[in-house]
Design a protein around this ligand. Structure first.
Ligand SMILES: [Zn+2]
Length: 215
């Protein structure tokens, strides 16, 4: 049996539906929420507070900014203000952070530490190494999204992860979405998604399968 944790990015109002589905299937999750998102709908403060009663909340910058595209000062401002604003909404300390678009550098990891986070998360879409939640930078194993094989392979190369590249190639006849069953056994794993993708590709039943496998 695997210890599975899940994270959900972006604070869409659909996160509330996903929270119910996760609850129903006995799955734990952290919701990473920006304060503002250009072109995107977000939960109200009241909805975030309700969600925070059942699930961990993490920060995701103030304006959902790709931190690799802004200067050091702006990146720190996004890291700090996103944290404080969310703490003011839920009335609890925020300790975890996810990089928007999964984009980060070594310098930004240090900056996230300096901003007061206890850990931060990347946006790996496929990664066959066991999940280490003791590390400051944490890499998910799987994005719940119908990625193409070529996207998975390119992704592994971009991260210099030849181990996962080789594994993915060996599993080439499987669709991305089936890979969750083919992950290493008896190790901690971490999956992530956007609830909008779950809606768009109608992947709601996926969580029922996960809940069953995880119980
Ligand atoms: Zn995001």
């Amino acid at each position: 049996m695997n210890t599975l944790s899940i994270s959900v990015d972006d604070g869409s109002p659909l996160d509330l539906k996903l929270a119910d589905v996760l609850d129903k299937n006995g799955l734990k999750a952290t919701f990473y929420i920006p304060i503002k998102k250009p072109g995107g709908k977000l939960m109200t403060k009241k909805q975030i507070r309700i969600l925070a009663q059942r699930f961990e909340i993490g920060a995701h910058t103030y304006n959902h900014v790709d931190l690799t595209t802004v200067n050091h000062k702006m990146a720190l401002k996004e890291l700090v203000e996103g944290k404080i604003a969310l703490e003011n909404v839920i009335g609890k300390k925020i300790i975890t952070f996810a990089f928007p678009f999964g984009h980060y550098t070594e310098k930004l990891i240090k900056l996230a530490k300096y901003a007061g986070y206890g850990n931060c998360r990347s946006g790996r879409i496929i990664n066959f190494a066991s999940f280490d939640d003791k590390k400051f930078i944490q890499h998910p194993n799987f994005q719940i999204y119908p990625h193409k094989l070529t996207t998975d392979l390119r992704h592994c190369l971009k991260y210099g992860d030849l181990f996962s590249f080789t594994k993915r190639l060996a599993l080439a006849r499987h669709k991305h979405i089936e890979l969750y069953r083919l992950m290493p056994k008896n190790v901690p794993l971490h999956f992530w998604c956007h609830s909008q993708d779950i809606q768009k590709f109608n992947l709601w039943s996926f969580f029922g399968k996960l809940g069953k496998d995880n119980s």
